[in-house]
Design a protein around this ligand. Structure first.
Ligand code: N2P
Length: 363
């Protein structure tokens, strides 16, 4: 870093500290396995604000808490396709951009893209982004399907003959109805954002045919199960599968995990930091969001959880291996093959919830 810039950033952080009354707390609600080990410590050291940190593994859970009201959270991080319908019903407050001096670090193309969920970027700032694809145990899967198996295809999950061959080593699916139906619709050649009842029936049929081969539906358990060899295939969030691969390599028991964006495409999402309308401490919330926007802090998180950050200034601090991995920072070619789920309408939600329950219970 240039010396005067460095001094400037020290001055800025001293100012931030003095501006913040000691004894404040920020209440943060984030996805599990989604932050570096030292991020919160560094935030408290820099600002004097303590952090209360809770985790979740599903957008539906976050939404239920926000709808119930008085969640007590100052910063929550839903995906854009949920935030999109949460903003208009008043669940969040507008950001005070005068308190977000690091906003200029954001990649303009990403800021523009998330306007789809938050027009004018008034309510939210992207935390990390990624894809939902397939993670699998290379040996276990190729042993059963051969090198010629559909190793780059959603057939691994949705083709009954293929899934049957993997049933004994264990298949897991995310308990994420919007994403899992979007993925199934896309596989069927339908619009991933269709709300057509007939299309939903086709999705149910698709899952019914492979339901006997699915061991469980859960949105975070697969990280350790893939790493331990308890399961051999999971639908997974990109970084989570990389975390599993890393843990497997460290355990050194011969488990090798890979993440695949299937040829039919994967879903693309942006997780967004937003401040609930009834947040107890909006000032601390702004300080937290601004801190995450610091280049080194964003890079630390990416280097630890293997998700892409939206911070152009962070690139210099991101491990080149991660920055150059098209499964983490997709190239335009890969990007063209991704689809982004949109918010579901409340009317359709009821149908979806019932269908998803039938899919999971196999009835
Ligand atoms: C983190 C999962 C976050 C991705 N473990 C889901 N949007």
């Amino acid at each position: 870093m240039h010396k005067s810039l460095f001094l400037l950033s020290i001055a800025a952080s001293l100012m931030a500290t003095s501006a913040m009354a000691q004894g404040q707390t920020v209440n943060v609600y984030n996805w599990s396995d989604y932050i570096a080990e030292d991020t919160l410590e560094k935030f408290t050291a820099q600002t004097g604000i303590a952090v209360n940190y809770d985790v979740f593994d599903s957008n539906e859970i976050v939404e239920a808490k926000l709808l119930a009201g008085s969640s007590g959270y100052d910063v929550v991080i839903p995906s854009g396709f949920f935030l999109e319908r949460q903003i208009p019903i008043g669940l969040f407050q507008k950001l005070d951009k005068s308190k977000l001096s690091n906003l200029g670090n954001l990649v303009p193309a990403i800021t523009e893209q998330v306007e789809e969920y938050d027009p004018g970027n008034e309510y939210a700032v992207t935390y990390m982004w990624g894809t939902t694809g397939l993670g699998y145990n290379i040996d276990a899967v190729t042993e059963r399907l051969g090198e010629d198996g559909p190793l780059q295809s959603w057939d691994l999950l949705f083709d009954p003959e293929t899934a049957a061959q993997l049933a004994d080593c264990g298949i897991a699916v995310l308990d994420a109805p919007v994403e899992m139906t979007a993925i199934a619709l896309n596989y069927l050649g339908l619009d991933p954002n269709s709300e057509d009842a007939g299309d939903l029936a086709a999705v149910e049929e698709l899952y019914a045919a492979v339901r006997p081969y699915i061991r469980y539906f859960h949105s975070s358990q697969y990280i350790s199960d893939l790493a331990n060899g308890e399961i051999c295939l999971s639908v997974g969030y990109s970084g989570d599968v990389f975390i599993a691969a890393d843990r497997a390599a460290e355990a050194n028991r011969g488990v090798e995990i890979t993440y695949v964006i299937p040829t039919e495409g994967a879903s693309l999402w942006f997780d967004m930091m937003a401040i609930p309308a009834d947040a107890p401490n909006p000032d601390a919330a702004h300080a937290f969001i601004n801190f995450i926007l610091e280049p080194q802090i964003a890079a630390d998180i990416t280097n630890y959880v293997w998700y892409a950050n939206p911070n152009a200034a962070a690139d210099a601090f991101v491990d080149p291996e991660i920055l150059e991995d098209p499964a983490i920072y997709p190239t335009p070619d890969v990007m063209a093959n991704l689809f982004a789920p949109k918010a579901r309408t409340p009317g359709y939600d009821r149908l979806l919830t019932r269908a998803w329950t039938r899919i999971k219970t196999g009835q």
